[in-house]
Ligand binder design. Structure first.
Ligand code: SF4
Length: 509
């Protein structure tokens, strides 16, 4: 018997899905926060597909993922594997395995490189085989290729209008998330921000569902870049936020979330509901925009092309074209941010992040977020964007372990940087949150100290600020932008500085 032939490795290849079949198929996807998922569902609908996000991942999914696939895999892989398997198992119990394989397909992002991200689908395949769903079909979207053509069977077409629609959906929900997180901690009427956000997400989903068709290729890209269609929609979102009354004199530490892509993006059990937990502990959360990750992917691609300049014909032109695309991408994000009054968080410059991280983490080390984690922590610290960094590090993640190691060098040089690396195993919540709470206590003290210093500097107390704020009623609206002076990180301190007429400081290099 030829053992090597029998055990030869084979990569996963789904059975075809035809054009006739796709009309009766539901596309499952997941792995983002709920705002982006609802809008992506609408993007699929706009392209003629029936799609729905998987239910939010819960602790039981983690255990199921470990049980059905590889016990040593990183916790995001376990969560997503178990999430898919549990959902499909429930459906199979209801309608039978064969009906499930006919009725659903799964679409997921894929890549290659130094981490598990390139192998998620292999874990999914193993898990589904273990529950008798061998013939279930999964399709990979290569995150570096906006146009991949049709899948086997021709039923699913990953083309430019779908990809650009998905990217624009992400940008719109990123800025909405930014506005939401800058509002909720200060809302006067509890629950009002959540209600407005739910309304805005439903509204944006409708905007994407009815998005006009502007051709299959570059015409659609040009239209997305230049149209006022999405800007008008975001202005409507901004108008809805106008109703929210806020009290920005509440002193709160700002906690910047960084970490592995999945853990920092989702909001729920996979990260111990850290966003809501931090808010309930009195913090303002600075969430991780997906756009920053997309910008990083462009930077990685640019770094690769740079190697070929002077070696391969056309490399210089490719480099110039991609640099131009990156500029347009960032311009589009900023345009959407401006539609929301420039209140959502800005996108840091990738080259600045690389420069800041360079002494601690080489920019060519790929996998996970690479040098960006170190760069973002330093950027937030130097520019007074946050009082504390909370890094969500997945159990079993090699790239993240490296960045936590590199951060030891950073905190050695900058001991005043408040950094809480939280190892997320999925089932050690008390331990992780208690660790975070210790650093958060320091961050609270720092926010108070900063506020007191600003009171001394401006000669304004909260009692004196109140009538000033009442006299300028627009300042008590969620849509009023308090400029970030660079002199303080916190919202309350910046509000006093703004009332006192302080000008933005020159940023430290
Ligand atoms: S970055 Fe880490 S947690 Fe995320 S997929 Fe890669 S190995 Fe897993």
């Amino acid at each position: 018997m030829n053992i090597s032939a029998k055990h030869h490795f084979r990569t996963y290849a789904p059975a075809p899905v035809t054009k006739e079949q796709i009309e009766h198929v539901e596309i499952l996807f997941g792995g983002l926060h709920w705002r982006a998922e609802q809008v992506l569902q609408a993007v699929f609908a706009n392209m003629g597909y029936n799609a729905r996000p998987l239910p939010p991942a819960i602790k039981d999914d983690l255990l199921r993922g470990r049980e059905l696939a590889d016990i040593g895999q990183c916790c995001p892989t376990s969560f997503t594997t178990g999430n898919l398997a549990n959902f499909l198992q429930g459906e199979a119990d209801r309608m039978g395995a064969s009906e499930v394989s006919d009725r659903y397909i799964h679409v997921t992002a894929g890549s290659c490189g130094a981490c598990r991200f390139g192998q998620y689908h292999q874990s999914y395949e193993l898990a589904l085989r273990n529950i008798g769903l061998d013939s279930f079909r999964m399709f990979l979207i290569d995150q570096k290729q906006p146009e991949q053509g049709t899948s086997a069977g021709g039923g699913l077409d990953i083309n430019m209008p779908l990809t650009v629609g998905a990217v624009w959906g992400i940008l719109c929900t990123d800025v909405l998330q930014g506005l939401e997180y800058r509002t909720r901690p200060y809302e006067v009427q509890a629950g009002q921000t959540d209600a407005v956000v739910a309304e805005c997400v439903a509204y944006l989903a409708e905007v994407f569902r009815t998005r006009p068709y502007r051709g299959r290729k570059w015409g659609t890209v040009a239209w997305h870049m230049s149209t006022g269609y999405f800007i008008k929609a975001l202005r409507e979102v901004f108008r809805k936020f106008e109703a929210i009354e806020v009290d920005r004199i509440r002193v709160k530490p700002i906690v910047k979330i960084t970490g592995e892509f999945y853990l920092q993006t989702v909001e729920g059990d996979p990260n111990y509901n850290i966003h809501r937990w931090l808010e309930s502990e009195g913090a303002e959360v600075y969430p991780a925009a997906i756009a920053v990750w997309l910008d990083y992917l462009i930077r990685c691609q640019l770094q690769k092309i740079e190697d070929y300049v002077g070696v391969e014909k056309g490399a210089r032109a490719k480099l110039a074209a991609l640099k131009g695309a990156q500029r347009l991408f960032r311009w589009s994000y900023n345009r959407m941010r401006a539609a929301l009054g420039d209140i959502p968080f800005e996108m840091p410059d990738q080259y600045e992040l690389r420069r800041l991280a360079a002494p601690y983490f080489h920019h060519r080390l790929s996998g996970g977020e690479g040098d960006m984690l170190v760069g973002k922590a330093l950027w937030a610290h130097h520019k007074k964007k946050a009082h504390m960094i909370c890094e969500l590090s997945p159990y079993g993640c090699m790239p993240n372990t490296m960045s936590v190691g590199a951060m030891a060098g950073v905190t050695g040089k900058y001991p005043e940087l408040l950094y809480a690396p939280i190892e997320v195993k999925g089932d050690a919540e008390v331990h992780a949150l208690s660790r975070c709470q210790m650093i958060l206590t320091e961050a609270k003290k720092r926010a108070i100290r900063e506020f007191v210093e600003v009171m001394e500097r401006t000669g304004l107390t909260p009692e004196e600020a109140k009538p000033l704020l009442e006299a300028r009623s627009q300042m008590n609206r969620a849509t009023y932008r308090i400029p970030h002076t660079g002199l303080a990180a916190g919202m309350a301190a910046n509000t006093l500085l703004h009332l006192a007429g302080a000008r933005p400081a020159r940023q430290a290099p």
